[in-house]
Design a protein around this ligand. Structure first.
Ligand SMILES: [Zn+2]
Ligand SMILES: [Zn+2]
Ligand SMILES: [Zn+2]
Ligand SMILES: [Zn+2]
Length: 408
């Protein structure tokens, strides 16, 4: 078992967290491949452990204290009022909004006060915890070698004593969520279908994009565009360039796929389900950054840090938003470690992220990887900015980090 350093001098208490009962507040759920044997590559055994947060330089953001379920933002936003039914029921929709807000407050997780769209658990006394927080609590208990307890009533919680609350999950899936394209509200459970197949404002490509048409626009304008699109009239010669570009993209994808298959045959593979929390640096001009608690992998302690627009001096320079992240080795090692890693969605996240594999050789002298792009899918803006902004609006960024250690 990897040992966790309990005597970090740089452990920082998080004064404004809503998780005071967790002690260090920096709780990380880790579902690693068999942690008892470092050689095992079986992914079946999901053992939880967590680590004390350390090394966070800066001031935790106050976002966790607001206690506002995300639904409130939408519900208090007059522009987002009501769905496609129109303005006729304005008075009624006002009451409905209040009701929806009150319900979402009642259904939210007692730990993170969010209303996540994952499984909801409850302690024996009925206090609700989202799947991410529940797993964090169990992991925290295991790390301290203590029984995990409900933060509200201190009753013991475990996989066998806590239960899912399907009624809460179903009720949450009925609450209104805003379509990112048309800003109308729909029950959360039908939002994805609406955004992908029904929304008139959803970003759409011209049907001739394969032969080079770059047009992108809202769905309701496609018929008009395609009627006038010049690309069907182009000659085979003109179309060739577009086809070559297509082939190149496909080759890139195949390369990535083969790399991935290669990595999966490594002897040492570990994944951790992590949560990044926002902080601000204590420099003169505070800069936003994200950081996970420490977690262990390959008998070492690690941290993931992320920043927005690579800490650009003037974030107003562009509307583009990117998240870059780096992997940091926190413990000393005398043996160099060649690590491939990449972030993916994981079980407790609604992040949409593409796959891009990064590599760093960790040595005594080089304990931090470069900052690499977290590749977010293109939205209406043609880049990942809208998805990035959506993630920044959350109280934390949940993701899974896969790590592969190459045996030399
Ligand atoms: Zn929670
Ligand atoms: Zn309880
Ligand atoms: Zn829509
Ligand atoms: Zn076109």
């Amino acid at each position: 078992m990897p040992t966790v350093e309990s005597s970090d001098s740089d452990v920082q208490q998080n004064p404004s967290s809503t998780l005071p009962l967790l002690g260090d507040n920096q709780v990380t759920m880790q579902a690693s491949t068999s942690s008892s044997s470092n050689n095992s590559s079986s992914a079946g055994n999901s053992s939880m452990s967590s680590s004390v947060g350390g090394g966070v330089v800066g001031v935790p953001l106050d976002t966790q204290n607001s206690g506002e379920p995300p639904a409130k933002r939408q519900l208090l936003d007059p522009n987002s009022a009501s769905s496609s039914s129109g303005g006729g029921a304005a008075a009624a929709s006002g009451t409905n909004e209040k009701l929806a807000y009150r319900i979402s407050t009642a259904l939210c997780c007692a730990v993170c006060l969010d209303l996540p769209k994952t499984a909801m658990y409850q302690c024996q006394m009925g206090h609700l915890m989202c799947a991410a927080c529940f797993t964090h609590l169990l992991a925290d208990g295991r790390l301290r070698d203590q029984i995990a307890t409900c933060p509200n009533c201190r009753v013991e919680i475990s996989k066998s004593t806590a239960s899912r609350n399907l009624a809460v999950e179903k009720a949450a899936s009925e609450l209104p969520s805003e379509c990112q394209y048309c800003n109308n509200e729909f029950p959360y459970k039908s939002l994805e279908r609406h955004e992908q197949h029904e929304c008139q404002e959803r970003p759409t490509k011209c049907r001739y994009h394969r032969i080079g048409c770059q047009w992108r626009g809202p769905y309701h304008e496609t018929t008009e565009h395609e009627r006038n699109c010049l690309h069907p009239q182009k000659s085979g010669r003109d179309v060739m360039a577009a086809l070559v570009a297509h082939d190149d993209m496909f080759k890139e994808e195949m390369k990535m796929f083969h790399t991935l298959i290669d990595l999966l045959s490594y002897e040492k593979i570990i994944f951790n389900d992590l949560q990044m929390k926002p902080y601000r640096t204590d420099e003169y001009v505070h800069k936003l950054f994200y950081e996970t608690a420490r977690f262990s992998a390959f008998n070492q302690q690690w941290v993931v840090k992320a920043r927005i627009n690579n800490s650009q001096r003037d974030p107003h320079q562009s509307n583009e938003r990117t998240i870059t992240y780096q992997l940091i080795l926190k413990t000393k090692t005398s043996t160099p470690m060649s690590i491939h890693f990449f972030a993916l969605k994981g079980p407790f996240s609604d992040m949409k992220v593409n796959t891009q594999i990064y590599k760093h050789d960790f040595t005594e002298a080089s304990t931090e990887s470069d900052y690499y792009v977290l590749p977010l899918p293109n939205g209406t803006d043609g880049n990942g900015s809208s998805e990035c902004n959506r993630m920044l609006a959350n109280k934390g960024i949940n993701f899974r980090l896969l790590m592969f250690l190459l045996n030399k």
